[in-house]
Unconditional design. Structure first.
Length: 172
């Protein structure tokens, strides 16, 4: 006479636990190896900090970066503007434009672009009279016969002026 299924002989508890622990250890080891491999691969290339603002108009792709990266009030901030044609991806040289900003107190600052040594690169300088949030914009045209195209505005925080006699951000 055969034994019922529920009465089937089972392995002893210690053998079942040993098998379970060995299987769990194998799974944990393989997961850890996968995680370590992903960390090693991702660690090869450090993330690049965002150092510029990307803007678009109908015909142009515009990138704006500042030096120092975090502008201070009452100190001259240099802006580098790179302009490319959206359709071709080629730099636009010989263009005209300006960068401008205003704050909540209705203070306005701006500067026209001066062509840089690199093709499609322009430079401007702005000295902010006060810190706080400033709304920025860029206007650009390929030449004097083309219409000015304006980017969407972006907001950038200008840090308060450093105390007199302290190191300026440029010297750090």
């Amino acid at each position: 006479m055969s034994r019922p299924v529920w009465a089937a002989r089972r392995r002893p508890l210690h053998r079942r636990l040993t098998t379970f622990v060995a299987t769990a250890a194998s799974v944990v080891a393989s997961v850890m190896a996968s995680v370590m491999a992903m960390l090693a691969i991702s660690g090869c290339e450090s993330p690049r900090p965002m150092t510029d603002v990307r803007l678009w108009t109908k015909h142009y792709e515009i990138r704006v970066s500042s030096a120092p990266l975090k502008p201070y009030a009452e100190l001259l901030t240099q802006y580098t503007v790179t302009v490319k044609d959206k359709a071709t991806g080629q730099p636009v040289s010989g263009g005209e434009g300006r960068i401008f900003a205003s704050n909540r107190e209705k203070i306005k600052v701006d500067d026209g672009f001066a062509s840089g040594p690199e093709v499609g690169t322009y430079h401007a300088s702005i000295r902010f009279p006060s810190g706080g949030d400033w709304a920025f914009g860029v206007q650009f045209r390929r030449d004097s016969t083309a219409a000015l195209e304006r980017t969407d505005d972006w907001v950038q925080t200008i840090l308060p002026a450093p105390p007199l006699g302290s190191d300026t951000p440029k010297s750090k």
